[in-house]
Design a protein. Sequence first.
Length: 223
Amino acid sequence: MKIVAITSSPKGKKSNTLQLVNAAIEGAREAGAEAEVIDITKHQIKYCKGCVTCYKKGKCVQKDDFQEIWDKIIGADGIILSSPNYIDNVSAQLKTLFDRMANAIHEQLFDGKYALTLTTAGGSGDDVVLGVMNTFIGKCGGMVVGSASALGRDGPEGMEAAVKRSHGLGKELVKAIKAKKKYPEQAAAHKAWKDSFVFSLKANKEKWAHNYQHWVEKGWIKA
């Protein structure tokens, strides 16, 4: 079982969010998973051009570090997303990665995958940032096992509690993957999205050729 954790704070080893990631990774490893941390701030990830080539061919045409990261995320059983709160949103680095992964939404490439999300903030907005990451996971067809956050205003005690929760979530992530745990509300949201997206897919089946063929192969649509 493979877990991939994405860190996106430009503060590197000084990042408070990294403390939560490390705790979750430790929990996942204790539960028997192989885990890897990828700091995307150390990689070159160009902005999405909006060319939609990935919808047509299933692969981005830009030359940078994205494909390596994409392959590891898509090849993982579990995903940990993390970001500090930057003006009630994820960091620019993580948003850039999300934009480049648009095809994961069209092809529901997180289908069967489980995830958890982590953030830190000064005094508020942690729920908003977690919401951005949870929404992305859901849009890609994945299941969110849980989330954790720490607020600077809560001092060392707040961080300690968040680290403890993150550690537990790492273990819970592995358990959910092993048990193929069901989340009925999230599954219903995935179905509703598919039901609505199918009309766009049919209308663009030539322009989005790879997307269309993927849905046919999955049995989500009839050719």
